[in-house]
Design a binder for this molecule. Structure first.
Ligand code: GLU
Length: 272
């Protein structure tokens, strides 16, 4: 009997502990800790990459997370993620938020929650300029490089079933394979392809080509069922858009005077 009571008490204690930590929520965790831990890319200019001089991870998504951390009254800590590690790292609690060129897809939404869209792009192809490849139709029987765990590996196969899609850990590795002639194109979001091409020593040797393969709205990845944290993130994004802080950051990384110029053609979803 005593034994049973002890077991019942332990179960109750575990349940109560689980309930209290679930109720505490991410926002409280972050504020108590004093840091927001964001999963970011570290080899994808201009979203997140290591700066040659400072050796720090810099980029549009790092600045966006620094602005979010400031709004939450905490410091920012970044942890590098890849396309395939970002969701497991979030669900395992290694990071509080994913800011890593991650498309909000219905498939992924089954595992995690998302903020409103904070960046919008679509997928195209990066090829050698003299290759003669103009569109996905030209890639039948050819090899296309992409990244493991990305939407692009699936989109490319769907758009060109006669191609072989080879997935690398990161996009720079796929780009290296293009340079070495191991693949004839790299596919992912146009904004990422422009980053690879224009950060290269010889950007003129490459071209971003083809009709849009798919639409890719980026959302910040957050844990499931934590509406307090999700609200804080969404409200911060909307405030940044309304105050012009978002546009300032966008201009810094994607404006006319940058290597990665992409006109801002979409509008953030703003709730009254
Ligand atoms: N936005 C796409 C995705 O979430 C491609 C970029 C990436 O792999 O991060 O899969």
């Amino acid at each position: 009997m005593k034994h049973r009571i002890a077991i019942a008490l332990t179960v109750l204690m575990i349940l109560a502990f689980g309930l209290s930590t679930a109720q505490a929520g991410k926002l409280e965790d972050i504020q108590k800790r004093g840091t927001l831990v964001a999963g970011v890319k570290d080899s994808q200019p201009p979203f997140g990459y290591v700066d040659e001089n400072s050796k720090q991870i810099v980029g549009f998504e790092i600045d966006l997370m620094a602005a979010l951390a400031k709004k939450l009254g905490v410091k920012l800590e970044t942890k590098p993620v890849t396309s395939s590690t970002r969701i497991p790292m979030l669900t395992q609690g290694d990071i509080d938020i994913v800011a890593a060129t991650m498309t909000h897809s219905r498939q992924r939404d089954k595992q995690i929650d998302y903020s409103i869209t904070y960046f919008s792009t679509f997928q195209r192809l990066l090829v050698k300029k003299d290759s003669g490849i103009k569109s996905i139709a030209d890639l039948a029987g050819k090899k296309i490089g992409s990244a493991k765990g990305s939407t692009s590996e699936k989109n490319a196969q769907r758009a060109q079933p006669k191609a072989t899609v080879i997935s690398f850990e990161t996009y720079p590795e796929a780009f290296l394979a293009l340079k070495q002639g191991k693949v004839q194109a790299v596919t992912t979001d146009e904004a990422i392809l422009l980053g690879l091409k224009n950060k290269d020593d010889n950007p003129g040797d490459y071209a971003v080509v083809g009709e849009p393969i798919s639409a890719e709205p980026y959302g910040l990845g957050i844990v499931e069922n934590d509406s307090k944290f999700r609200d804080a993130v969404n409200f911060a994004l909307m405030e940044m858009w309304e105050s012009g802080e978002y546009q300032k950051l966008y201009d810094k990384w994607f404006g006319k005077d940058t290597k990665f110029f992409i006109p801002l053609t979409w509008t953030m979803e703003l709730w009254p």
